[in-house]
Design a protein. Structure first.
Length: 311
């Protein structure tokens, strides 16, 4: 159940006493989207389905108390950064110490003082906004504005484990701007920077699914991660990338593959297993990219578990 307006930050209220939830709802409903759980198990299910921006969590609950819920959330790499405020009728300092050691950011004691609740929630929400902003900036490439290598590696690790569980394919695309050093030598580094920004934007536009990720991996090299995508699907995306860069029509007098900026593209697809590693996917995509360059550049070369083919 949610209240409030679209775009507002979401808060999960967890308490086995409906009256406490009602009080918190009346206190916070005008400023946040709220959803509720009356048990620890329901809270974990809701958080996994739709991670909130903040959790207000009762300590004393039957079956699974707030400390157990907090431990479970903090042990999950995808959820451990969600701030948790404990609510409790206990007033012993040792109880607060336990909660703070588990990773909670604050405590609210019962009975609730609405003004204090609003202030503490507002302070934690503002801190989270600042952390989220810094995290986004640290994961973006400073020149092109698309995700950087760090963001890509994080996404790769997450999608690798997810495709392991679902037994779905995972595809990787590696793309290099052809003869980019010669482009810089001919037109200068400022023009080279403009070229990188224009090419990256064109590549980014090709990816239409929310789960796909395009990143600048370094220099003139770009990578795209396509979860649950087989070899033919990845080749289709790679071919669209090739065409999109060609259609930019960026002049490149030093190019051997034509008079304009082009890219070479390598594609690899694997079914992640516990006995394989992400390094094998990278090696396969890198080998495919090398093959594309050896065959004259401005083309796509693909590798799959079944066979190695050129597209």
């Amino acid at each position: 159940m949610t209240t409030g307006h679209e775009g507002q930050l979401m808060i999960l209220l967890v308490d086995d006493a409906p009256t406490n939830i009602q009080v918190l709802n009346e206190t916070l409903k005008d400023d946040y989207r709220l959803f509720f759980a009356t048990s620890g198990k329901d809270a974990l299910r809701l958080v996994n389905e739709s991670p909130p921006d903040l959790i207000i969590l009762d300590v004393i609950m039957p079956d699974m108390d707030g400390y157990e819920v907090c431990r479970a959330l903090k042990s999950n790499a995808l959820l451990h950064d969600i701030p948790i405020i404990f609510i409790t009728s206990m007033r012993q300092q040792q109880d607060e110490v336990i909660g703070l050691e588990l990773g909670a950011v604050d405590y609210i004691t019962k009975p609730f003082n609405p003004a204090i609740v609003r202030l503490r929630v507002r302070n934690q929400i503002e801190l989270k906004r600042q952390r989220d902003l810094l995290a986004r900036l640290s994961n973006l490439d400073g020149l092109t504005g698309i995700p950087n290598r760090r963001a890509f590696n994080t996404c790769l690790d997450r999608e690798w484990r997810r495709c392991q569980r679902s037994r779905k394919p995972l595809s990787l695309i590696m793309a290099d701007i052809d003869h980019f050093k010669k482009y810089n030598d001919t037109y200068g580094h400022l023009a080279g920077d403009d070229c990188l920004k224009t090419v990256s934007a064109a590549l980014q536009r090709i990816l239409e699914r929310p789960g796909d990720l395009m990143a600048r991996y370094g220099g003139e090299e770009f990578v795209a991660l396509l979860p649950e995508t087989d070899t033919s699907g990845a080749q289709l995306v790679a071919a669209k990338m090739l065409q999109a860069v060609t259609e930019l029509g960026i002049l490149h007098a030093g190019a051997h593959a034509g008079a304009h900026v082009t890219i070479s593209v390598g594609v690899a697809t694997v079914f992640p297993k516990r006995t394989t590693t992400t390094a094998e996917l990278f090696e396969a995509a890198d080998n495919a990219l090398y093959q594309a360059k050896q065959n004259g550049r401005n083309r796509v070369s693909a590798w799959s578990p079944q066979a190695e083919t050129d597209a």
